[in-house]
Design a binder for this molecule. Structure first.
Ligand SMILES: [Fe+2]
Ligand SMILES: [Fe+2]
Length: 256
């Protein structure tokens, strides 16, 4: 089975890039199942129902989120019924800790965890949360999206979970790392990178980010309107002879 997993999708215009190119990417790389981190879709923070439905209709079978999961309040109204795994170590009654996705006779369990290093959100321990979930998960494959700042926390979680899950994939920094590897048949990358406007600072308008750094004034940061986009992610090639992880990074231009 080949699974395509995209990192943080930034801005609603990026949906148009998927609209144009997702099918051809899936075909070219013989993809069976596509997942994405969708925490930054709607105006760069959160996911409204309209954008959730649009992405789902394009052929994504599941989504993970991050620190911006509940930034758009309306998500509380639809998340319980959505194909979304919310951060499992967040203490809330909304949404699913584990999203089960079927492909033919196989079941994939998708889990989202938030890192605690450099975070001021009160969170349960991601390591112990995963211990708890692993006691109950019944699936052929388990994929964990660890949404975190610190490389050390992500890498430690990877070694802790190696041999127990199919993949530990990092998200949140928006910059793709070049450290993909497989250990004990568990695939890993520190960060999948983002899907969004190329000329930007992590997806946001570069001039506004410069202004913020130069002045210390925290004006809202709009998503960049560059019409060149980068789609970053990984392909998981799951097979009997041993799992593989391949980095995906491609640029596209949207015509106005
Ligand atoms: Fe993000
Ligand atoms: Fe994030």
């Amino acid at each position: 089975m080949r699974i395509l997993y995209f990192g943080d999708i930034v801005g609603e215009n990026t949906i148009k890039v998927f609209e144009k190119h997702l099918d051809e990417i899936k075909k070219e790389y013989k993809i069976n199942v596509a997942f994405a981190n969708a925490e930054n879709v709607t105006m760069g923070k959160g996911l409204n129902v309209k954008h959730y439905k649009a992405l789902k209709a394009l052929g994504f079978q599941g989504f993970t989120m991050g620190n911006h999961t509940f930034s758009k309040k309306e998500i509380k109204e639809y998340i319980d019924d959505a194909t979304i795994a919310r951060p499992a170590n967040l203490n809330t009654e909304y949404g699913k800790e584990v999203l089960y996705v079927k492909y033919n006779d196989k079941t994939i369990a998708l889990v989202n965890l938030l890192g605690r290093v450099y975070s001021n959100t009160p969170l349960d321990c991601p390591f112990k949360t995963m211990d708890r979930l692993l006691d109950d998960i019944k699936a052929d494959y388990i994929i964990v999206d660890i949404h975190a700042d610190a490389t050390s926390e992500k890498k430690a979680l990877f070694y802790d979970l190696s041999g127990k899950v199919t993949a530990v994939l990092g998200s949140h920094t928006h910059i793709q790392t070049a450290d993909e590897e497989v250990y004990n048949n568990t695939c890993y990358i520190t960060d999948m990178g983002m899907c969004g406007p190329y000329e930007s600072v992590l997806g946001d308008d570069k001039d506004m980010v410069i202004k913020r750094f130069r002045t210390g004034m925290f004006d809202p940061l709009p998503v960049s309107n560059d019409n060149n986009y980068v789609l970053n992610g990984v392909i998981l090639d799951i097979k009997e002879s041993g799992n593989q992880i391949i980095r995906f990074s491609k640029k596209y231009t949207l015509d106005n």
